[in-house]
Design a protein around this ligand. Sequence first.
Ligand SMILES: Nc1ncnc2c1ncn2[C@@H]1O[C@H](COP(=O)(O)OP(=O)(O)O)[C@@H](O)[C@H]1O
Ligand SMILES: [Mg+2]
Length: 334
Amino acid sequence: MGSRPSQEPSPPTSRPPRDSSPLPRSPGSLEPSQYTAGARLGTGALGEVFEATDAQGTRVVLKRLHRHCAADPDLVDMFRHEARVLAALDHPGVPRLLELCPDRGTWMQVLERVEGLDLTQLARRAPELPLALGVEIVRQLLGALGHVHTRAYANGPPLQIVHRDLAPGNVMASRDGVVKLLDFGIATSLWRPDPDRGRMKGTRGYLSPEAITGEHEVDARSDLFGVGVLLYELTTRRRLFEGPPVVVMAAIAEGPTPSPARDVPGYPPALDLVVRRALARVPSLRFESAAAMGHSLEDAAAVLGLPAARAELGVFVARILDGAGGARSSSPPG
Ligand SMILES: Nc1ncnc2c1ncn2[C@@H]1O[C@H](COP(=O)(O)OP(=O)(O)O)[C@@H](O)[C@H]1O
Ligand SMILES: [Mg+2]
């Protein structure tokens, strides 16, 4: 793991709940008026995500725990843990948490709004992603993930953050060409270690073998497996693990290590090596860190003559956003 950040992470929230009870006492009594909600961006099992503006007109995103989930102390704890993790991170590749506040009987995170597309939207709207941009997305994603995995308090222990849900709906590319890792909803950390060793939490098709079998602990290398799936899909423009749940689970847990070069004629061997190592079934055979995978990806990109392409990625995303049809996805987020 890399060096520790020199600064103490900022405190968990700008407005921390004062007590440990999960809910405001009287739902309806705390109505934050400073945000004007707009379109819904997604609905998940635990909450909803909306576009919004604050009183100054700044564009933000509101992520609100479903009210029925707010009755479950464990789900409230997870939601607040997500906010705590976000507040401890400080990287351009992770949206900033602006506030965690009670909202009409439940809890709401206020987040920096990413003006861009998540990778599910990108796949739908740009089936022909240039190879250089697929590589650029993963290059930046690994930078963010390296920060997440190595984050530590100054002179303190590493926070041991594992994202556990690397999936297309949880990665965005902005119109500035910046890649952002979202949705730390099921992340684990020093503050909330995983009680069931990560089993089967995450997005099907992007789960690591150990998340399915429980044979090994779910750790940072499990996230790198998810990045491997994303790298495969971004550079081949095909889904890797598809089909009925049992088929997908068996392919991940028991199938041969995927090889894009085997599946796609002409696929660059240098990239194939990176994908295969990330997708090794046994964690100890994968890259040992996000930084190590990043270096290998850089080397492969150099061999292929693919320079960093942040500006090009921004132009590509902006062109889609500004094109006909609007950017919004109507499908549930991953
Ligand atoms: N900060 C943000 N800026 C812009 N869009 C966002 C932001 N956070 C989430 N979204 C959008 O909302 C979707 C759902 O958000 P996410 O945090 O992944 O929640 P869920 O738990 O519902 O998957 C994402 O796939 C993305 O399209
Ligand atoms: Mg998500």
